[in-house]
Design a protein around this ligand. Structure first.
Ligand code: SAM
Length: 356
């Protein structure tokens, strides 16, 4: 009997299939990042399905048509584009999130994943062996210094953080009540996206964005064009969170603590503790890793590996957060998980009762 007449049964994926798919994730990641840097998803969204000749000749995508077609076919095979028999490629719900004006845009984050961060991840083995920060190994300086000496990296990084922040920012707006708060400082607040959203939501609230002085022109650009009622209540402060933070009743540190080791985190938290007025609150927004033996939390666990590559920082378990807060003079009072790209939570602290 001819086996081909038998109904086909779907074979369960073998370990080799699964591991090959995981390992090829590196090629997939770079392919997506490259097409996004070339603005291909934006062009297809704005102009509808296009051939590679139309993309390169009419819409100025900087690539050789033959190679672009091969890359687009590979990405269509994983659902990123529609591939037509007429040779035209169109956008899908997956590539829609890679466009500039998507409400949940991952464009800028995807771009940096495949650029400087891709180079740095090439040094993971070195970092594991030596503990050396890969920006120092590769660029001769830590990542913040690299951003300072390279305005394009600084602008790209700020835009990537803004894109990455969309969901965690919504989480803060949804879960934290600032109606009784007079003044909030967003420590390491980047381009000011969260502070702008907060003063828009709370008409009485004063907000300060503290970040490196070199980031201030980018933050200034963000607030340009905002209503005077918004800009009047927003202050941009170029400074160093390791030296001092402005006075406030609430401090937000979103995606800050994970960049630093415990001693550095303590210094930042002690500065907040010292400048905090009244019965204030501390809101760190970062991952809370599950305890050993719990294999959940994949994005945060890979972000933790990213911190090995960048050097110095780490993600923390609840126990580690409690210890850090207690040493800095705060009591951890709540952990609120958010639905964001890396599975982060709001880790809320306050001064212990007897010290408030
Ligand atoms: C991972 S980003 C987070 C940005 C923003 N909070 C967000 O969630 O999108 C870290 C921020 O810390 C800032 N930063 C680094 N060193 C700093 C320092 N010594 N003082 C103040 N801000 C600093 C960086 O410029 C950057 O904007």
């Amino acid at each position: 009997m001819n086996d081909r007449t038998q109904p086909t049964t779907t074979k369960a994926p073998q370990p080799t299939d699964v591991v090959m798919q995981m390992v090829m994730g590196a090629w997939v990641s770079q392919s997506i990042s490259t097409l996004t840097r070339l603005d291909v998803p934006d062009r297809l969204k704005d102009h509808g399905p296009q051939s590679v000749e139309e993309l390169t000749q009419t819409l100025s995508v900087d690539a050789k048509p033959e190679f672009l077609e091969r890359l687009l076919r590979a990405c269509s095979s994983i659902g990123l584009f529609n591939e037509g028999a007429d040779g035209r490629f169109g956008i899908t719900p997956l590539s829609e999130v890679l466009t500039s004006d998507s409400p949940v845009s991952l464009k800028k984050l995807t771009e940096v994943f495949g650029a400087s961060w891709w180079q740095l991840w090439g040094g993971l083995e070195d970092a594991l062996r030596t503990g050396q920060s890969q920006p120092i190994a590769l660029f001769g300086m830590n990542y913040w210094e690299y951003c300072l000496s390279n305005p394009k990296e600084m602008a790209d990084f700020a835009a990537a953080m803004k894109a990455n922040s969309l969901n965690s920012m919504r989480g803060v707006l949804e879960h934290c009540d600032f109606s009784q708060i007079k003044k909030v400082v967003d420590v390491g607040g980047g381009a000011g996206h969260l502070a702008i959203a907060l003063v828009k939501q709370y008409p009485h609230l004063q907000a300060v964005v503290l970040d490196l002085p070199e980031l201030m022109p980018i933050a200034q650009q963000q607030i340009q064009g905002e209503d005077e009622n918004i800009t009047q209540r927003l202050k941009l402060v170029g400074g160093d969170m390791f030296q001092a933070v402005p006075e406030a009743d609430v401090y937000i540190l979103k995606h800050i603590m994970h960049d630093w080791d415990d001693a550095q985190c303590l210094q930042i938290l002690k500065n907040c503790r010292q400048s905090m007025t009244g019965d204030g609150r501390l809101l760190c927004v970062d991952a809370v890793l599950p305890p050993m033996g719990n294999t959940q939390g994949t994005p945060a666990k890979f972000l933790d590996v990213d911190m090995i590559v960048f050097g110095g920082g780490k993600e923390r378990t609840e126990e580690q957060w409690r210890e850090l807060y207690a040493t800095a003079g705060f009591e951890l009072i709540a952990i609120t998980p958010l639905q964001d790209n890396f599975g982060t939570s709001i880790v809320e602290g306050k001064k212990p009762e007897h010290q408030a």
